[in-house]
Design a protein around this ligand. Structure first.
Ligand code: KG4
Ligand code: ZN
Length: 336
């Protein structure tokens, strides 16, 4: 088996609403080209799968061309292609997989089908160097909320827990909508919360009661929180009391990040791990980063957080995982 130290890998990501094409050499980022259909969904106040798939078809070739130009390479220079296989919307995934299969077959190079969540973890090497394993990763986005244990990312992470209902980002987006803020609401709540009092209302912390911890120690639930915020707003409106949006945003956000960080630290303890990694779009949240840092530091745990641009879905994360797999001698999922 051929081991490559610094393979030149192109990664394709289309699992949700971002068409991402990234290029890495070893663990150096050469290009990270992105097109997003988020504005098309914003008109409907939520995510529409068919719109995302069509947008991927249109964006794929221009995004690929921009990535090649940015990296200053030709397709024929590539050693391998990597593509997101799962999880995601099937119509959206298919566009990326078809493009990757075509490129790999046409160029006669190996193809690595990779897991989207593993890629969110692998991307950190592009900024912070090789991951110290074992580690725990907390991945929070509009589509997922997962606590993962990472022994060796080139063979895939183990899922310790996940959201039983809404993803963390989805909860942000739904509460933002209730508060009359635009989609996607996470960044707006983040910004408004800095002006609010996070102890204004104590909203419920899902799946943290002792009886919940027996079966759901590392799982999350945000639907009860969402209902609780909705009821609270409704009651105040009925009473004719004006709502302080920054205070509600800050109190809601505190309930989310409190649970996320306490379960992540608990997972580090349970697995005897000293490294915690954050990823996904919600990892851009300033309060989540601050509280995770505070709680990790207090426990002697090192926190690793990729830069904001690499936390959200992108092609570079897929290329990074493909490159790590090649360096570790993992076989391609499709040989030339
Ligand atoms: O990873 P991502 O770009 O796409 C997927 O969902 O896969 O994550 C998007 C989610 C949205 O729900 C958005 O509201 C949330 O991440 N988000 C944030 C922040 N920035 C993005 N949530 C809270 N605070 C932020 N600063
Ligand atoms: Zn994602």
């Amino acid at each position: 088996m051929m081991l490559m130290n610094e393979p030149l890998v192109l990664g394709i990501e289309t699992s949700c609403d971002e068409t991402g094409v990234g290029i890495v050499r070893g663990i150096d980022l050469l290009a990270d080209s992105l097109a997003t259909s988020v504005d098309l969904h914003a008109r409907f106040g939520g995510f529409i799968p068919e719109i995302a798939s069509r947008a991927h078809v249109e964006a794929m070739l221009p995004t690929l061309e921009r990535a090649l130009a940015e990296a200053k390479i030709k397709l024929s220079d590539l050693d391998a292609i990597a593509v997101t296989r799962q999880p995601g919307l099937v119509g959206a995934l298919l566009v990326g997989v078809a493009a990757a299969e075509g490129l790999a077959a046409g160029l006669g190079i190996p193809l690595h089908h990779v897991d989207h969540l593993d890629s969110h973890i692998a991307v950190d090497v592009l900024e912070n160097g090789l991951l110290t394993e074992p580690a725990v990763a907390l991945l929070v986005s509009g589509g997922h909320t997962s606590l993962m244990f990472v022994e060796d990312i080139t063979i895939g992470a183990e899922i310790l827990g996940t959201s039983m209902d809404d993803a963390a980002g989805e909860a942000y987006d739904k509460i933002a909508r209730l508060l009359g803020l635009p989609f996607p609401g996470g960044p707006h709540i983040d910004r408004l919360a800095t002006e609010g009092n996070s102890e204004f209302v104590r909203f419920p912390r899902g799946l943290t009661a002792p009886h919940d911890l027996v079966e759901h120690r590392f799982d999350f639930s945000f639907s009860g929180l969402k209902t609780s915020v909705a009821r609270w707003i409704e009651t105040k409106e009925k009473e004719g009391i004006e709502i302080s949006v920054p205070d509600v945003a800050a109190s809601f956000q505190e309930a989310v990040v409190d649970v996320l960080t306490s379960k992540a630290i608990d997972a580090c303890h349970e697995r005897g791990v000293e490294v915690l990694l954050l990823g996904g779009g919600v990892a851009a949240n300033s309060r989540l980063r601050a509280l995770a840092q505070e709680r990790a530091q207090a426990q002697g745990i090192t926190l690793r957080v990729p830069p904001r641009k690499l936390c959200t879905d992108n092609g570079a994360m897929v290329a990074a995982l493909g490159s790590l797999r090649m360096s570790a001698g993992r076989p391609a999922t499709r040989q030339p």
